[in-house]
Write a new protein. Structure first.
Length: 317
């Protein structure tokens, strides 16, 4: 399926050096911010208390936040949970005080603002559990990266594997850089979004790599740069359809999903935008600079003598 067909190949690789210079500067800036400011980790990672409070009517979040602020507590988060009648209160770990006493004070403040408040559950996340979650998250990220590299090395060639991983890590570090710079909360849903971006971004790279391999078999007289430009140009319609539809869904979560989905959708939005950029300008360019050639992808049988060489022929994506 396609909305349009571009008849003349766009010379993407002609500007690859300039675009990758921008990517490198952005990447280094993200790394700098991560090391200097760090991530604003949520209660799941740092330890603290989660309180679920129910009301018989829609909750006024501003009033609930105002009641808790009178206690002088910092970094307390209040958001709807499941419905407009339920709120989830996230309290950071208490320093030098009793966590149970702090919880009682918070609920008493909410009760004072609205006597119909009912405490449904209280969960304490210890620092040790938070550390385990952080370590498990890093392990999950490492396993995903290793799996992607192995898959691409088997399906294509190791040069494509290296190019895709560099591009994917580029996307992940930039997402983390945004969260560190603006000090947005980094929670488990955001970690899930980062892992989703890894898979989503590599999918775009695989589509382009697959078209490059097909073009090497089809157009035996084209240079590597011409083959890559043709592969990217011929998948532009597919890219716009796929990423446009996905972004519409993510945008709806960002605008209407409420606080519980806000940062999850925000991470996906950044990841999708940079994923398109990295698949075209980073992954393909790195594969080109690594010296990808027709012979690398012709293992197991080269093109047949009767293969068409018409530049306008080929599968429609």
């Amino acid at each position: 399926m396609e909305f349009f067909r571009i008849r003349r190949d766009i010379p993407f690789m002609r500007h690859a050096l300039a675009f990758n210079a921008v990517s490198l500067i952005t990447f280094l800036a993200a790394v700098f911010v991560l090391f200097t400011q760090g991530l604003n980790l949520s209660v799941e990672f740092t330890g603290g208390t989660l309180m679920e409070v129910n009301y018989p009517h829609a909750v006024d979040l501003d009033a609930a936040r105002g009641a808790i602020q009178t206690l002088g507590l910092k970094d307390v988060q209040v958001q709807n949970f499941g419905s407009a009648q339920d709120i989830l209160v996230r309290l950071p770990a208490s320093k030098g005080g009793s966590a149970s006493r702090q919880n009682d004070q918070v609920f008493a403040a909410l009760k004072g603002a609205d006597s119909s408040a009912e405490l449904r559950r209280t969960e304490f996340v210890g620092p040790q559990v938070g550390d385990e979650l952080a370590i498990d998250g890093l392990k999950a990220l490492a396993f995903v990266v290793a799996g992607i590299m192995l898959y691409l090395a088997i399906r294509f060639e190791w040069k494509f594997s290296v190019a895709a991983i560099v591009a994917n890590l580029h996307d992940v570090i930039i997402i983390l850089g945004f969260f560190a710079f603006f000090q947005w909360e980094f929670s488990l849903p955001v970690l899930a979004a980062v892992l989703a971006v890894l898979g989503y971004s590599v999918n775009e790279s695989v589509v382009i790599f697959d078209r490059i391999r097909e073009n090497f078999r089809r157009y035996r007289k084209l240079t590597t740069i011409q083959v890559i430009d043709n592969a990217i140009t011929s998948t532009m319609s597919r890219t716009i359809i796929t990423h446009g539809c996905t972004q519409l869904m993510v945008l709806s979560m960002l605008l209407f999903g409420g606080p519980s989905l806000h940062y999850f959708a925000l991470a996906l939005t950044i990841g999708i935008l940079f994923g398109i950029y990295s698949s075209v300008f980073v992954a393909a360019a790195i594969a080109m600079w690594l010296g990808i050639e027709r012979e690398d992808l012709m293992k197991g049988g080269g093109p047949k003598a009767g293969d068409p060489e018409d530049p306008n022929s080929g599968a429609v994506v």
